[in-house]
Ligand binder design. Structure first.
Ligand SMILES: [Zn+2]
Length: 542
């Protein structure tokens, strides 16, 4: 089923050795190379990767501790043709197999990031990381698949899908799509069906924030929830109250607060809590599962906890920024230092981070994403006189695995198997691609990492692989180093060197009716039974 060639004979050897300085200096050159690669006929999974079969290396990972979400064991892992063929102790191989010693290390499924925005047009500009540079950074940090959000074009889903197919041609790792719904009519409703039945999308996102652009009304949200339910697609929600945010922004400007601190002040946790509660209640009213993206406050988290306790099917996603950062630096007198932390919902005051860590460790929140959405200093400076114009977004694709390991495992909050669950397996299960992804099992895709729990990591903007010139984790040190990343059977990260080829990533289609939909029909039947209506009445008046 692998269909990712490395290219025609003319270009097969033209591997891009990704060097951060090279990218920072001449990103356009890398981009144009990449486009050339794709035009040569490869890059888009099922559609364009059929020719030029490539010989993938045979690899043996020897002597490591293999960690799955359900189990941990000492075993070797043998990889061939991009697939994990065997997981057992003492595998004997021929001399021509590449052997990597994993003694004393953890061998884990590559990370899956359910939430990133690459090459996204937003707030008058485009994110600095595209599908190549963002994914390259992800691979250096042990993430081997991400899901991006297709944005409709003028509300049109099909046009958005076509545009993202183009953007993703330069992918160097596997990826999937969610799709945003920003308006409602018969065409949108029809296109949702096409996306699910033909294009491999099984989730739709609704924004309760960003008034005037992405924001949907409750009426539209309800239509979307009903449609999602009928298609077996997961409804996702950005939960902040967009109307109240506009009011909050007005208040800040009137108070003369125009700097980055105006951002969190204008959209406090209560507005996230309100929208989360509303979204949960409306999803409960329709009886369809709900996935709340980037839970940033304890206010929102508490609403999810309450709903889950009552038995409602609500999934809570936390992002690495929410787990590991607070808003202290947003008050920094240096604009760029402050502006680089501007994202929505905002990073919160100290305390929310700890609450979210606790929620992740106890299962109230299920998985960790990044919301990687990078803008460089020049782009952030669009809002130097008005925080409302600072492009929203932070980095995380390269840092997520380290941040989660250090914040959650090294601190003793979760186990090593839980680490695999929250960074990979749970995501694969929710979006219905398990165990092809999210597991080290015979038959799974060869997306594998080797993590050294004893080795230290230092994150800096100077050494990261994103095209951004800033990093919200700049200077952060911690434990848990990704030594090796294997993606689709290729060794792409080893000895601190990244070897990635545009066009090698495959589009992963996702089937509807994932596990969150189990039991929905029985709950519907129970509901109908509970109504005690319609009551049969005689028409004769007594
Ligand atoms: Zn996002």
């Amino acid at each position: 089923m692998d269909s990712t060639p490395s290219g025609s004979s003319a270009t097969r050897s033209a591997r891009v050795f990704l060097l951060p300085m090279f990218l920072l200096l001449i990103p356009s050159l890398v981009l144009s190379d990449a486009v050339q690669f794709c035009d040569a006929g490869y890059g888009y999974g099922d559609f364009a990767c059929q020719n030029s079969p490539v010989s993938l290396p045979r690899i043996l990972l020897r002597g490591g501790t293999v960690v799955n979400a359900h189990h941990m064991e000492m075993a070797d892992v043998y990889i061939q043709d991009g697939i994990i063929v065997a997981v057992k102790p003492n595998i004997v191989v021929d001399d021509d197999v590449t052997v990597i010693d994993a003694t004393g290390k953890f061998v884990m499924p590559g990370g899956i990031d359910p939430h990133a925005h690459l090459a996204m047009d937003f707030m008058g500009t485009q994110t600095i990381d595209d599908f190549f540079s963002g994914q390259a950074a992800a691979l250096a940090g042990g993430t081997t698949m991400h899901m991006d959000f297709v944005l409709p074009i003028n509300g049109n889903l099909s046009a958005g899908f076509e545009a993202y197919k183009e953007k993703a041609k330069i992918s160097c790792m596997d990826y999937g799509f969610h799709m945003a719904v920003t308006k409602w009519d018969d065409e949108v409703s029809h296109d949702m069906e096409v996306m699910v039945k033909e294009n491999g999308i099984n989730s739709f996102k609704f924004f309760l924030a960003y008034k005037g652009s992405f924001m949907v009304s409750d009426e539209l949200f309800l239509e979307g929830l009903k449609k999602c339910k009928s298609l077996g697609a997961l409804a996702m929600v950005h939960a902040e109250n967009g109307d109240a945010i506009v009011e909050g922004q007005k208040r800040m400007i009137e108070l003369g607060i125009t700097g980055p601190e105006g951002h969190p002040l204008s959209r406090p946790p209560v507005l996230e809590g309100e929208a989360t509660a509303r979204a949960i209640r409306l999803a409960g009213f329709v009886n369809t599962p709900l996935y709340v993206v980037h839970v940033m406050s304890s206010d929102a988290m508490e609403e999810i906890a309450k709903a889950r306790k009552s038995g409602q099917k609500v999934i809570g996603e936390v992002v690495s920024a929410g787990l590991a950062l607070d808003d202290t630096k947003v008050w920094d007198p240096d604009f760029i230092t402050a502006a680089k932390f501007v994202m929505s919902p905002p990073v919160r005051a100290p305390g929310h981070d700890k609450a979210l860590q606790g929620a992740l460790s106890t299962g109230i929140l299920q998985l960790v994403a990044t919301d990687h959405c990078t803008f460089n200093s020049t782009q952030k400076a669009f809002g130097i006189d008005d925080f409302r114009k600072i492009p929203n977004g932070v980095n995380g694709l390269e840092e997520r695995m380290h941040v989660v390991w250090d914040t959650m495992v090294e601190s003793g909050k979760i186990s090593v198997t839980d680490f695999v669950r929250v960074t990979s397996t749970e995501c694969a299960k929710i979006f219905n691609i398990y165990p092809k992804k999210g597991a080290i099992l015979a038959g799974s895709d060869a997306d594998v990492i080797i993590l050294d729990p004893k080795a230290s990591v230092k994150i800096t903007a100077a050494t990261h692989h994103s095209r951004s010139d800033t990093n919200v984790y700049d200077g952060r040190t911690g434990k848990g180093k990704i030594l090796v990343t294997i993606a689709g059977g290729r060794i792409v990260w080893q000895n601190g060197e990244l070897k990635v080829t545009p066009g090698t990533g495959k589009y992963i289609k996702m089937q509807p009716f994932g596990y969150a939909f189990e039991g929905i029909d029985r709950k519907d039947a129970e509901y109908l039974k509970s109504l005690g209506a319609p009551v049969k009445r005689s028409r004769a008046l007594s």
